[in-house]
Design a protein around this ligand. Structure first.
Ligand code: SF4
Length: 425
């Protein structure tokens, strides 16, 4: 299948069932497709009304640039596809040029890789800095640390300002203190940051709702994908942020799982139908997952981990299609009705971690397993797991998870998965 210019190593085509309707591909088919594109490790993740408006047309009339969307109510537009920062930009300078050529102008720097790669590119191509909307992260445990990490990034990138400065991996509101608010105001006034917010892949709905209430959060990167978008709490949280003009960037967009080996067709009915709708419009499974997000005009951008030209091209070309998926009718509208979702950790850490006598980062460990098993990024999984204090790793191994398993809405075998993480990571 060559939908939207995708590589010939295309994914499983929508298959006709006995009624002639399109069905969602099985989990195995999706993973096989991800592997064929090399996106097991590269897709994931990392806001227009009609979302895909704004693409630049090539001489043939087909769009050849990633479209842009408003960054909340800031008055600025950013590319609807953002370049995730978990790659060695220093040794991939040509890749950065390719990203710009495709209109991918929203770039993430990460604490682990820093901004030196981008800095080298801007040193060689000074005119490029003005085109890039630069996102940087801090661990944000204190304003001193935020200050230090901001200045380290400014120095690495060789720039005077960060466009969007975020606290990484927020789990609750404990870091969003009045002191941080004052720091944000002062630092914005100094011109060193322009917008402020956070990223979250744990307790996302609570964090998003808080962002909508605080009044000083400009943008949020949140786990958001075709599975989570149907949860009423997520819809309410996204609505609340959109109402306040907060820019939402989706990360973990492919909804890859903690334990892919154990899953076949385990999509919820709503998620399955969301994919079926996209597939019926001729998109392959990978593009279908992205478009399920882009069809929501409340979403500013999808931050995707793209580490080579092939994945960059596949992501960018997916964004060129301007039309939203057509509504399904008749038998097709029923899509693939499958068993409730299992094996997908939804990031609701307050549920499982709240069932433990002492705090332990269960949801984080599920995410590390996802990096190892679905992204095939064992190095990142190892690195992040190894960063946990030895006492926490020991407590994880010794903990009784029976109550947490009873409460887990996704019915994950938490004890077994934690045991596997402790042994394998
Ligand atoms: S393990 Fe279950 S309860 Fe815990 S964050 Fe994942 S889905 Fe939620």
């Amino acid at each position: 299948m060559t939908t939207a210019g995708h590589p010939s190593t295309s994914g499983p085509a929508p298959q006709a069932d006995a009624l002639g309707s399109s069905r969602a591909p099985s989990r195995r088919e999706l993973l096989r497709f991800a592997g064929a594109l090399g996106i097991g490790s590269a897709l994931a993740a990392s806001s227009c009304t009609r979302a895909t408006a704004g693409g630049v047309a090539s001489p043939s009339g087909a769009p050849s640039q990633v479209p842009t969307r408003p960054f909340g109510r800031s008055g600025e537009h950013v590319s609807a596809l953002a370049l995730g920062g978990y790659f060695d930009a220093l040794n991939n300078q040509a890749f950065l040029a390719e990203a710009l050529a495709l209109g991918v102008t929203y770039w993430e720097t990460t604490l682990s890789f820093g901004g030196r790669g981008y800095g080298e590119y801007f040193r060689r191509h000074p005119q490029a800095r003005a085109r890039v909307f630069l996102l940087a992260k801090t661990n944000g445990a204190s304003t001193e640390q935020m200050n230090q990490e901001l200045h380290a990034t400014l120095s690495d990138v060789g720039t005077t300002h960060i466009d969007f400065f975020t606290i990484g991996s927020l789990r609750d509101g404990s870091l969003l203190t009045p002191a941080v608010r004052r720091w944000v105001e002062v630092t914005k006034a100094s011109g060193k940051i322009r917008h402020f917010g956070f990223s979250t892949h744990t307790n996302m709905e609570e964090c998003l709702t808080l962002a909508s209430q605080l009044g000083w959060i400009d943008g949020v990167l949140t786990t958001y994908n075709y599975r989570l978008m149907h949860r009423p709490a997520m819809q309410r949280a996204i609505d609340a942020c959109a109402e306040r003009g907060i820019a939402i960037t989706a990360i973990k967009s492919q909804a890859l799982e903690t334990n892919p080996a154990a899953t076949i067709g385990e999509e919820s009915e709503a998620a399955s139908q969301a994919l079926s709708r996209q597939l019926a419009s001729g998109r392959d499974p990978f593009a279908a997952r992205l478009h399920a997000i882009w069809d929501n005009p409340q979403i500013t951008s999808v931050c995707s981990m793209m580490t080579d030209s092939r994945t960059l091209g596949a992501n960018a070309r997916a964004s060129f299609a301007r039309e939203p998926a057509t509504p399904l009718r008749g038998a097709s509208a029923r899509g693939s009705v499958a068993a409730p979702s299992r094996r997908y950790c939804a990031g609701c850490a307050s549920v499982c971690e709240g069932a433990l006598p002492a705090p332990l980062p269960v949801a984080d460990v599920m995410r590390y397993l996802m990096y190892a098993r679905s992204y095939s990024d064992r190095e990142r999984a190892h690195r992040e797991f190894a960063a946990l204090p030895p006492s926490v790793r020991a407590a994880l191994a010794a903990q009784d998870y029976r109550l947490a398993e009873q409460r887990c809405p996704e019915q994950l075998p938490i004890a077994r998965l934690i045991r596997e993480a402790v042994h394998q990571l």
